[in-house]
Write a protein that binds this ligand. Structure first.
Ligand code: ATP
Length: 202
């Protein structure tokens, strides 16, 4: 099936854009939410995390000890790479399983992932979309949405590729600067993806 990957920096509005695609009947796989879920449920992944970061990575009730993991991977690129090497393949497997369950009548699927380019998962997509917004706007949106400080948002932003780096890899763009209609841009892309998905079948 034709696969579209969608990404964007924190607060760019990628989830908001995905909600519009969903209204158009396109199923969306939310990779970041799935990653959180499978870190507690995927037996292989849980075993891998315990082996790499210790039994204390999980509480007795099976919940992930976020503080323990964050303490290890924070500012430790090697440990973060090790965690990603465990989580990313598990998310790819979850995506494949999810896609198997989507009705065959669906024209294409959408995969929303904050680290679409960083994780390399864009290589498995037929098309990619980068959602962008001005820096100050993203900062303000996330501060409001998550009730956090500018410093906390900036620390999260610093961990991602810049929009400039992502633009080099993206095939399509949505500019979510509250000047241009996000709905109009999604509708235009939707028409393009419908045509491309149809062409793939021929
Ligand atoms: P994250 O990576 O942090 O999950 P995101 O890229 O998925 O962020 P959203 O959650 O879609 O971003 O948007 C961030 C916040 O900004 C949300 O509260 C959303 O309602 C708001 N927002 C997004 N786009 C717009 C817009 N065009 N106009 C007004 N508010 C917007």
């Amino acid at each position: 099936m034709y696969k579209v990957g969608i990404t964007g920096g924190i607060g760019s509005g990628k989830t908001t854009a995905c909600k519009v695609f969903e209204i158009l009947g396109i199923p969306v796989f939310y990779a970041d939410a799935v990653a959180k879920e499978i870190m507690c449920k995927d037996v292989l992944l849980v075993a891998g995390i315990k082996s790499a970061f210790g039994e204390e990575s999980y509480f007795a009730d099976g919940k992930l000890n976020n503080k323990h993991i964050a303490g290890i991977v924070f500012n430790n690129e090697e440990a973060l790479a090790k965690l990603n090497a465990l989580v990313h393949p598990a998310v790819f497997r979850a995506f494949d399983a999810w896609e198997e369950t989507t009705p065959k009548t669906v024209p294409y699927t959408l995969k929303e992932a904050a680290l679409l380019f960083e994780s390399g998962s864009y290589k498995m997509c037929d098309a990619t979309v980068l959602v962008t917004a001005p820096y100050e706007m993203k900062l303000k949106r996330v501060m409001q949405r998550d009730s956090v400080s500018a410093e906390q948002v900036k620390a999260r932003m610093d961990k991602q590729f810049s929009d400039e780096e992502k633009s080099k890899l993206a095939g399509h763009f949505i500019v979510n600067d509250e000047q241009q209609s996000i709905i109009g841009q999604v509708l235009t892309l939707h028409q393009q993806f419908l045509k491309a998905a149809e062409a793939l079948k021929l």
